[in-house]
Design a protein around this ligand. Structure first.
Ligand code: ZN
Length: 69
């Protein structure tokens, strides 16, 4: 949802102009599709967390299997 800080207002994507600016103050809007060209990068520490969680679950799985025998 496009958000304007000065107006403190959420705009619907259809009410925002083609340039992706606020209809009231012509300020830049946050979260406007097509305006934010910053590619979404997954931070490396996210994958560290995923690997840690995966390794932990794998270890618990091995422990559970060993506990059966
Ligand atoms: Zn505004």
């Amino acid at each position: 949802m496009p958000w304007c800080d000065p107006c403190e207002k959420n705009w619907t994507p259809s009410s925002v102009g083609a340039d992706g600016r606020c209809p009231t103050c012509s300020g830049p809007l946050e979260g406007t599709p097509g305006v934010d060209h910053e590619p979404v990068h997954t931070p490396w520490h996210f994958w560290v967390g995923v690997a840690a969680a995966g390794g932990y679950l794998l270890w618990r799985l091995i422990q559970a299997i060993l506990a059966v025998f």
